[in-house]
Design a binder for this molecule. Structure first.
Ligand code: SAM
Length: 327
């Protein structure tokens, strides 16, 4: 099926049940990969915060909303005895050098059980097979059997994974209570869920919010919330996890720099210089999607850019990490 296009010739996923409205094309994949490198910088090159024991036999990790598969690839590389799966609404672009223990599946976490996800054959996501000598793809009988035979990759719709990871799903989940309850059911006992998401309020160097009353933040967020999205999902994840039954819930925040002014470390300066314009572009898409009157949207975009791109040191979003264990 041909990907759906809008007038700017960008392409989008084709699941009519999902509100997710960012593109799934090459420019978006480049943005996601570049973003992933800068996120890694601000987290001191660490992705996982939960104390997963990857050496337990049959460890299975799922990266929900994997995008280009960057996190799935990294976790697969760091945990070679685990099987790592990346799930997305859209096909995952192929990459060379992927390890044999990483695989991709297509599906919607919100309304499809794992038995309905479609495995993407390795030949579509790996442009070359690396390391065929040791833990080859064939070492995961589930994967090769089901891809070959067309059977479900995950026959059980519960207690299947040891770790569920998700990052930047704020625009993709329209019922966070249900999402976190589903995570609880999908995890084996003792398994961990870890959520990384954004508080996309602009804070100043004194850590005071400076955009939370701006029309360009408030109005599109309210409209998106009416449609079911939750722009406070990053902070609310801890309470939702506890309500769903998770224990040992931990929350930690990172400052995500907007602009390179005042950053002393070159990698942090590069991160800030990347994040300010690219998040302004994402915000612009959100404003244009949720504000109907074009002139009004124009004014909001201008004011938003003035704040996001202002040459003042210390402006930042917050990136919030929350993890918890299923007892
Ligand atoms: C902003 S991107 C983040 C990608 C990746 N997690 C990262 O950090 O680079 C969000 C991804 O989640 C996917 N997504 C959104 N809603 C989803 C859903 N309900 N089920 C599966 N994937 C979803 C989108 O297709 C997109 O690739």
């Amino acid at each position: 099926m041909a990907p759906s296009r809008d007038m700017d010739n960008r392409t989008f996923h084709q699941d009519p049940t999902s509100l997710y409205n960012l593109p799934n094309d090459l420019p978006e994949h480049s943005r996601l990969d570049e973003q992933a490198k800068h996120v890694s910088t601000i987290m001191d090159h660490r992705i996982l915060h939960a104390p997963l024991n990857p050496n337990k036999p049959n460890t299975r990790i799922l990266d929900i909303g994997t995008g280009t598969g960057y996190v799935a690839d990294t976790l697969a590389l760091q945990n070679r005895s685990a099987q790592v799966y990346g799930l997305d609404l859209s096909p995952v672009p192929p990459r060379s050098g992927r390890t044999p223990n990483v695989h991709f599946v297509r599906g919607n976490i919100s309304n499809q059980p794992p038995s309905k996800w479609t495995p993407l054959p390795d030949a579509e996501t790996k442009t070359e097979f690396s390391d065929s000598s040791s833990d080859s793809g064939a070492s995961n009988p589930d994967y090769t059997d089901s891809v070959g035979a067309g059977g479900p990759l995950f026959p059980r719709d519960e207690e299947t994974f040891d770790l569920l990871f998700s990052r930047f799903l704020v625009a993709g989940i329209s019922d966070w209570d249900a999402f976190i309850e589903k995570e609880y059911h999908l995890l084996k006992r003792g398994g961990w869920a870890e959520i990384h998401d954004l508080d996309a309020t602009v804070y100043n160097a004194a850590d005071e919010p400076i955009s939370n009353r701006a029309d360009w933040q408030v109005l599109p967020e309210r409209a998106a919330e009416k449609a079911g999205l939750d722009f406070q999902c990053a902070w609310r994840a801890a309470e939702r996890m506890r309500q769903a039954g998770f224990v040992d819930v931990v929350q930690k925040e990172y400052a995500l720099p907007l602009g390179g002014e005042g950053e002393r470390r070159p990698d942090m300066k590069a991160a800030g210089e990347f994040f300010a314009p690219t998040f302004a572009e994402v915000r612009e898409m959100v404003i244009r999607r949720y504000v109907d009157a074009p002139e009004r949207a124009e004014g909001m975009v201008r004011r938003m850019r003035e704040t996001m791109m202002a040459p003042e040191a210390g402006r930042h979003y917050k990136l919030v990490v929350t993890y918890g264990r299923k007892p």
